[in-house]
Design a protein around this ligand. Sequence first.
Ligand SMILES: CC(C)(COP(=O)(O)OP(=O)(O)OC[C@H]1O[C@@H](n2cnc3c(N)ncnc32)[C@H](O)[C@@H]1OP(=O)(O)O)[C@@H](O)C(=O)NCCC(=O)NCCS
Length: 410
Amino acid sequence: MQVRPYSPEKDRAAAHRIWYEVGWLRDTSKAEAMDIFIEGGRALVADFDGEAECLAASMPGTMRYLDEDLPWSCVTAVATSRVARKQGLAASLTAQLVAADAAEGALVAGLGIFEQGYYDRLGFGTGVYEHWLSFDPAQLAVDVAPPMPRRLTPDDWERVHAAFLARRRGHGSITVTPPEFTQGRILRIPGHTFGLGYEDGPGGEISHHLWALAEGVNGPYFILWMTYQTRAQFLELMALLRGLGDQVRVVRMREPEGVQLQDLIRQPLRFRKLTRHADFENTNHASAYLQMRICDLPGCLERTHLRGGEARFNLKLSDPITRFVDEGAPWRGIGGDYVVTLGPCSGAEPGTDPALPTLTASVGAFTRLWLGVRPATGLAFTDALSGPDALLETLDHVLCLPTPRPDWEI
Ligand SMILES: CC(C)(COP(=O)(O)OP(=O)(O)OC[C@H]1O[C@@H](n2cnc3c(N)ncnc32)[C@H](O)[C@@H]1OP(=O)(O)O)[C@@H](O)C(=O)NCCC(=O)NCCS
């Protein structure tokens, strides 16, 4: 196996074949979208017999931690052809991709998972549940008369990307910097999609908008994303959805960051029962399908300013990614012993202080703790994290954070 950077001239055809074989490129007219997506960031391939059989790609971005934007690496794609499965290619390429991004300054890395467990082997920890609600848009309790929106098309990809970057953001929210991410994504979505939005920015920028996939006259309509900067803009978009409710019987969307969407739905439980097992079933499904990992512990903690209390402890951190990264690489994971302070002024220094209690954790579990996915006492029940009860309880108080929502499908 040889791992090397993806070369558009040499590897395009093999990359298309890999994506075709895994089912991501059913329609060859979408191949250009794939090229845009892959070539907009870093990509590595692994060769067998001179042909690329595995491809992994990433793009740079940011992840917000309270009020700080940390450099973040987004692993955008990992796929192995049918002939090269279970040779360790995908794990090795993903590890080397993360290592390269971390060596260039990414403090955190993240990805979407096909299943729990696979990327845990590279130190990733599972994020929070995302709620996906299906509801009748006519039942939206939004007392707003929205102005007529603009019709947005795939040609607006650059402005749509700018709207993503300028959207209202909360703790844990991510951005992906290259606009090719949005361009490739818009072009890749199969089926009938449409965008509706408003251009209330000072220079006519898209201030708020939504992008949807429509199935049939009566729906469902899948809201693929929505961006806005203010409460009024959010309500205008929800009112737009309500306005489609004369014919559309069900809309499916991810619960937006910071709100409880059920607040805006009339009689949600009645409709849930009435539509049970029906074509237009009203539901609320939760699932956690994004994972994150810290790539630089001192770097992350230097920018961690918690809002109350302080905890100081030894951290014995294990990082399983090390075994997948070449010995000579400049970054090989972050396992080791640290003295950690968490508080308004946080930090991590290599070493051990015998006067302090000790927390033992995998990097995935510690990342979840630091982000606020679950409290220390809960993680100690189910994840690779342990320590004295008094320390865990102190951490529960100190790391009392808003729900970390990436708020961007990757
Ligand atoms: C996911 C995928 C990239 C893995 O490719 P691969 O090169 O075969 O992966 P590796 O050889 O590195 O790893 C395979 C190992 O992971 C293990 N594994 C698979 N799923 C796992 C899970 N959920 N938890 C833990 N281990 C898992 C396999 O059992 C196998 O173990 P073995 O080597 O001991 O038999 C490949 O299946 C693929 O291309 N799938 C379709 C596209 C896709 O879903 N990509 C991932 C997007 S997030």
